[in-house]
Design a protein around this ligand. Structure first.
Ligand SMILES: [Cu+2]
Length: 158
């Protein structure tokens, strides 16, 4: 009989301790979610150049490669020329229908933003500033005769 009381007392004390003594520290407040930058607007874009197309396949006309940057922000462009000709990466002003052939000497006023021309087999990186107006811009290589085979799109996100 006495052992039963001891046992009940033990259970009651255990329950009391579990309820009161086992108090966990208050939950730490979680940080408020931070507004994320647009998922695919990059501060760095990689551009591979071949004779005569951007990217991995000579299908720029049907399937132009797309690079995405944030409006008005500086971005790094890494250019890698894997071809035997010189190439560049040039975004044209909005609404421009690129003439064929595109002749840099005659059509320079259509250019919005351009990289340096990369000699065959070389790489370079430079910093450009994205257009301030969101939208889609046609990108071409302005070396005479490379457009329309060599083209892409620059998407500028707000
Ligand atoms: Cu080119």
């Amino acid at each position: 009989m006495q052992r039963q009381f001891l046992w009940i007392g033990f259970v009651l004390v255990s329950l009391f301790l579990a309820a009161c003594g086992g108090s966990a520290p208050p939950p730490t407040p979680t940080a408020a979610p931070v507004a994320a930058a647009p998922a695919d607007a990059a501060a760095v874009i990689d551009v591979v150049m071949h004779d005569i197309y951007f990217g991995d396949a000579p299908d720029n006309i049907e399937n132009p490669p797309v690079w995405t940057v944030a409006a008005g922000a500086p971005f790094t462009i890494n250019l890698e020329n894997k071809g035997g000709l010189e190439h560049n990466w040039t975004a044209l002003k909005p609404g421009v229908e690129p003439p064929m052939p595109f002749l840099p000497d005659q059509h320079g006023d259509l250019v919005l933003l351009t990289s340096s021309t990369v000699p065959p087999g070389q790489q370079l990186s430079e910093t450009l500033t994205a257009p301030t107006e969101p939208g889609e811009y046609i990108v071409i290589c302005t070396v005479a005769g490379h457009y329309p085979a060599m083209q892409g799109r620059l998407v500028v996100t707000p």
